[in-house]
Design a protein around this ligand. Structure first.
Ligand code: GMT
Length: 377
């Protein structure tokens, strides 16, 4: 019997995919007997119920007037040191490299090297923000200095090695979903709220950042609804929401589009949907698409990043070039008007999520990686 580990998980607490992965990972590890200490500036969004071996430590920020900008990196490092010392942590697992991997490195140095630092690269920490000149050298250093590094797709691993000139063994551990929780459930009442029974429902879930290309979602839907009676549900919130609401009004489709804002419980909403649209500019994995697939919802996506590692073109949905609105709309209409094919796609989505990305399988990969990093295999 292997000993339970004491693991610090550093993450963003908000609605982003990295925070969701970190929180669900911590919950699943706690379910396997490990002791989990979340460290962040606010309670992670999905940490919504009490569990005996899960603890939360909030990073306190100084408001001293000399500091024009918040000094989160050292404050987080100090908190990691404190938690690691008091709780005898074996590992600190930094999710999203900026600045978490840097703070974790600092903490390990302060502690004298016994704490193992694992960094998980999620997406824009590598493909966008980390490449900015103000972060690049610190990012490269922090990744190189981690005791272990994982990436959520083969695409992201390759990008890290080439973009940063890093020579390091990076383990690919994909995103995961709890397929017991994320499954198609009875949702007649929810469906009725969104559209009449004879109409189709398309869905998009994101943080409405520019990389998500939500305007493309609306334009694709506009083409689709000219041929198939349909409604569009947009779940989530973020910087592009207002401009998208404006676009919906300009196109005159406001009666067919519902902006739901942030949602914590997506299973019933996904279960009401026929098709998900994810035309992203950049997507290292596409957790929202995986959650939809687990609920039997096929996905029309762009061909970027890790999306082709998740979806199988012509089986779980369709893949097109970024910005190819006409092709994505055509794929959507073809699928929505072919009940036999739709039924096959639904089954294939569910099967792919269960067989390849279920929480049990992927959490074991992290567990093995922790043991290897602590030389306990
Ligand atoms: O990279 C981001 O935009 C942030 C990040 C997050 O924290 O929300 O999202 C990324 O991580 C998710 C979880 O690993 C992936 O499923 C998303 O594909 C990825 N987003 C992008 O690459 C744009």
């Amino acid at each position: 019997m292997k000993r339970p580990l004491k693991i610090g998980i550093v993450c963003y607490p908000t609605y982003g995919g990295s925070g969701v992965v970190a929180t669900e990972l911590g919950k699943a590890l706690a379910g396997r007997g490990h002791q989990i200490h979340f460290i962040s500036y606010a309670l992670p969004m999905r940490l919504d119920s009490y569990e005996g071996n899960i603890f939360y430590h909030e990073v306190e920020m100084s408001s001293y007037p000399l500091f024009e900008f918040p000094l989160y990196t050292p404050a987080l490092a100090s908190k990691i040191v404190e938690v690691a010392q008091f709780e005898q942590l074996d590992i600190v697992h930094a999710h999203y490299a900026i600045p978490h991997a840097t703070s974790a490195y600092l903490a390990r140095q302060i502690l004298g090297g016994t704490l193992k630092v694992i960094t998980t690269l999620h997406g824009t920490d590598i493909t966008l923000v980390g490449l900015e000149p103000s972060f690049l050298s610190v990012m490269k250093f922090s990744i190189e200095q981690s005791d272990g590094v994982t990436a959520v797709s083969r695409f992201l691993k390759e990008k890290t090695l080439t973009n940063y000139g890093i020579d390091k063994d990076i383990r690919v551990i994909p995103n995961f979903v709890d397929t017991d929780k994320y499954r198609r459930v009875e949702c007649t009442q929810v469906r009725e709220r969104f559209a009449p029974p004879e109409e189709k429902i398309l869905i998009h879930v994101s943080n409405f950042r520019a990389v998500k290309r939500v305007a493309d979602v609306i334009r694709i839907f506009d083409e689709v609804q000219k041929k198939v009676p349909a409604h569009l549900i947009l779940a989530g919130d973020g910087p592009d929401r207002s401009v998208c609401e404006l676009l919906v009004r300009e196109l005159g489709i406001q009666d067919k589009v519902r902006f739901l804002g942030k949602q914590t419980e997506l299973v019933r909403i996904l279960s009401a949907a026929d098709l998900m649209l994810m035309p992203s500019q950049s997507e290292s994995f596409g957790l929202a698409a995986l959650e939809a697939m687990a609920c039997g919802v096929p996905v029309i996506s762009s061909s970027v990043g890790g999306l082709p590692e998740l979806q199988v073109h012509g089986q779980t949905g369709y893949i097109a070039e970024i910005g190819d609105i006409d092709r994505m709309a055509k794929y959507a209409v073809d699928l929505l008007t072919n009940d036999t094919r739709m039924a096959m796609f639904r089954q294939a989505c569910r099967a792919r999520a269960v067989d390849n990305f279920d929480v049990g399988k992927i959490v074991s990969m992290y567990e093995e990686y922790y043991r290897e990093s602590c030389s306990e295999t």
